[in-house]
Design a binder for this molecule. Structure first.
Ligand SMILES: Nc1ncnc2c1ncn2[C@@H]1O[C@H](COP(=O)(O)OP(=O)(O)OP(=O)(O)O)[C@@H](O)[C@H]1O
Length: 368
């Protein structure tokens, strides 16, 4: 656990970057610090590993005041990942990853073997081991940065805008990868971003800071979206927060109604309403419009593209947001529900989603 107790940072020129911060960061979870530019996120993060010294207040890591340890010893247990990865340009990928363990006394061969394993861990092919950072894409560099931070197996990982420099598609991949990694590794991760969507996607808890270094709200993403404490937080989390909050509510209980299907290549019947066309394994290929006049067999060219799919797995129902999105994005107005193998199991409507939402509100599951 990392605890900030009334921590203030006043820089030499008098700027108060962090003002009386009280924050408890849970072990094994991702805690995100988010807020507008200059609100003190990076300063807060760097105070944890003493790259920046607090002016007043106390920071405890596992109950021990960080001032009682030498910075080098403290940092051994704290990995650090920054934007643009911060790799050593003249060292190969493998040597970049192996640097810290070698510094800490691990034999070169063992450190390199471990570095190779870490390439697998962060989803990079081992062929990249001998390349230099400039020979990698931005996303690949970022993964090497994560591998390097993990090399000494620190229990705590500080990540400062690690994915901000890559394009949105790569960023999305890196975020998914981090969540996958975290489900296996269970590190204590403190993650800084200015992007509220990233904060909501990654954070078990999110601390919203306002300029002047004051904590505005510290809550789970679901609570932040449902109950922002004031106009600043409401404005910061965004206008469509009601819709996004549906992402945190299970669609368990949403009615999946029977849906008539046809198989590609089948002779077309006289279709009376929108009908889903599936392949031989019942995976959806598109819709046959109520107005279409197909003669002979149904071909791909006759189909209208479908919307997003809602995975209604018997063990883990998707979110209300996924169910509603499937309905809203479907050309027929009915979302296609599929099982874990992607086979059509039925349809969901916006009405059925709203009914479940209404019930959740009345039972108090949704704060109002
Ligand atoms: N070395 C420094 N000396 C003086 N002021 C500083 C120093 N470093 C940061 N600041 C100021 O402290 C405040 C907080 O900066 P910090 O970098 O922690 O914010 P941030 O929330 O991480 O910002 P950004 O999202 O823009 O990176 C800002 O007003 C900044 O100008």
């Amino acid at each position: 656990m990392i605890e900030f107790q009334s921590v203030t940072k006043r820089y030499d020129d008098g700027t108060v970057a962090v003002d009386e911060l009280d924050l408890t960061i849970d072990d094994g979870k991702i805690t995100v610090l988010v807020g507008p530019s200059g609100c003190g996120k990076t300063t807060s993060l760097r105070m944890i590993n003493r790259m920046v010294e607090a002016s007043s207040g106390t920071i405890l890591v596992d109950g021990a005041d960080i001032r009682s340890q030498r910075p080098a010893a403290l940092r051994r247990g704290i990995g650090y990942v920054i934007q643009n990865a911060g790799l050593f340009p003249h060292r190969t990928v493998l040597d970049n990853i192996a640097t810290v363990p070698i510094l800490l006394g691990t034999k070169k061969a063992a450190a390199r073997r471990r570095a190779e394993e870490l390439l697998d861990t962060v989803g990079l092919p081992r062929e990249l081991a001998k390349r230099y950072p400039a020979q990698l894409s931005g996303g690949q560099q970022q993964r090497v940065g994560v591998a390097r931070a993990l090399a000494a197996d620190p229990p705590v990982l500080l990540m400062d805008e690690p994915f901000s420099a890559v394009d949105p598609v790569v960023r999305d991949d890196l975020q998914e990868e981090l969540l996958r990694l975290q489900s296996e590794l269970g590190k204590t991760i403190v993650f800084v971003t200015h992007d509220i969507d990233e904060a909501i996607k990654l954070g078990d808890k999110v601390a919203v800071l306002r300029v002047g270094g004051k904590l505005a709200q510290y809550d789970t993403p679901a609570t932040l979206l449902a109950k922002p404490v004031d106009d600043f937080v409401a404005g910061f989390v965004g206008r469509d927060r009601g819709y996004r909050a549906l992402g945190f509510l299970s669609a368990h209980g949403v009615e999946v109604a029977p849906l008539s299907t046809l198989t590609l290549g089948e002779p077309a019947p006289v279709v009376t309403g929108w009908t889903v066309v599936v392949d031989e394994r019942r995976r959806p290929l598109g819709w046959l419009s109520a107005k279409s006049t197909v003669e002979g067999e149904i071909r791909s060219a006759d189909l209208v593209a479908g919307g997003s799919l809602y995975v209604a797995d018997s063990t883990a129902a998707g979110s209300l947001r996924a169910a509603l999105d499937s309905a809203l994005s479907s050309p027929s107005g009915t979302g296609i529900a599929v099982d874990a193998e992607g086979a059509v199991v039925g349809g969901v409507t916006a009405d059925s989603v709203l009914k479940v939402l209404d019930a959740a509100r009345r039972s108090g599951e949704v704060p109002s």
